[in-house]
Design a protein around this ligand. Structure first.
Ligand SMILES: NC(=O)c1ccc[n+]([C@@H]2O[C@H](COP(=O)([O-])OP(=O)(O)OC[C@H]3O[C@@H](n4cnc5c(N)ncnc54)[C@H](OP(=O)(O)O)[C@@H]3O)[C@@H](O)[C@H]2O)c1
Length: 277
């Protein structure tokens, strides 16, 4: 059976795409940076291209992302798109990020343009900030200090549950009726971080609050957490877009594609409550 290759298939978005496609009976191949002999997984080093040729053998469709931590996403994505073209894939779904279409010359935008020019049938999805960040990235501060401390002021973001991104990606990978479309994916509601803190406080019963800090205060925290310095600088720029008010728009793309509303942050917080305790 023709394979669907999922780059980042062990990560936040990719792992749920894999689950959905497998449940639908599709044959899925996960690209992993780790050495593996597990069926359905293949070692690929996206930084060196090691394993890439083998990973595309027998593949008809693919999902691409640039894993978190790498600031030059073009260096990761361009070889994948070139390989997809060489292998004459029937479909590529590329995940970039909210607002990339307006960032001409940025690494993610360059990758989008490569895909559009490639002649491969495609969809591009540009998600907003993930609800899951409040567990995966900011969870430690909530758990240990009841605080979300970020340089975002009272800017809003339409946080999206990453499982909705995965559901959209899985659908687009196997449905060619929307080929050539690009979608900005958001949750149902734009929230400030003060509102997010209140929702988490309600869900956990803990006195969680938001603290507006400066980028200079956050930088050493992120570097100390082991995030590469160039990616820290990128994150600080992206967070400044929240503060500037660029991330508050809500789209109906998730509902248009899935025929149901996206999950809201309150539902996510109820489910995730134990991870903040
Ligand atoms: N978080 C947000 O709010 C947000 C918002 C918008 C867009 N985005 C975008 O979402 C993307 C990240 O998505 P995600 O959080 O689902 O991914 P992720 O969890 O950061 O990473 C996905 C997987 O990629 C694999 N990987 C890492 N380095 C690799 C390498 N050198 N070679 C091969 N595989 C490698 C890892 O799996 P293995 O351990 O198996 O190798 C990792 O679990 C980024 O491009 C980010 O810009 C994020």
């Amino acid at each position: 059976m023709a394979q669907i290759l999922i780059v980042g298939g062990s990560g936040t978005v990719g792992s749920e795409i894999v689950k959905t496609l497998k449940a639908e009976g599709h044959s899925v191949r996960v690209a992993t940076s780790k050495p593996t002999t597990e069926a359905g997984k293949m070692h690929v080093n996206l930084l060196t291209g090691d394993g890439l040729d083998a990973a595309f053998e027998g593949v008809e469709r693919a999902f691409f992302l640039s894993p978190g931590g790498y600031a030059d996403q073009y260096a990761i994505l361009a070889p994948l798109i070139a390989k997809a073209k060489e292998a004459k894939l029937k479909k590529v779904v590329l995940m970039t990020a909210l607002g990339v279409e307006g960032a001409e010359g940025s690494p993610m935008r360059r990758a989008e343009l490569d895909l559009i020019a490639s002649g491969i049938p495609y969809n591009i999805i540009r998600p907003s900030w993930f609800s899951q960040n409040f567990v995966n990235f900011w969870g430690y501060g909530i758990k240990t200090a009841n605080t979300i401390a970020l340089p975002v002021g009272d800017g809003k973001a339409a946080f999206i549950d990453s499982r909705d991104i995965s559901a959209v990606a899985a659908k687009l990978l196997t449905d060619d009726s929307r080929n050539g479309q690009e979608y900005t994916l958001t949750g149902p509601q734009a929230l400030t971080h003060t509102e997010v803190a209140k929702i988490i406080a309600d869900a956990t019963g803990k006195p969680v609050t938001f603290k507006d800090i400066s980028p200079d205060e956050l930088r050493p925290v992120l570097v100390g957490a082991g995030i590469p310095a160039d990616y820290v600088e990128l994150l600080l720029v992206l967070l400044s877009y929240i503060k500037a008010g660029y991330t508050g728009a809500v789209t109906n793309s998730v509902e248009e594609i899935l025929g149901r509303k996206p999950r809201d942050f309150r539902s996510y917080a109820k489910e995730a409550a134990d991870s903040w305790k």
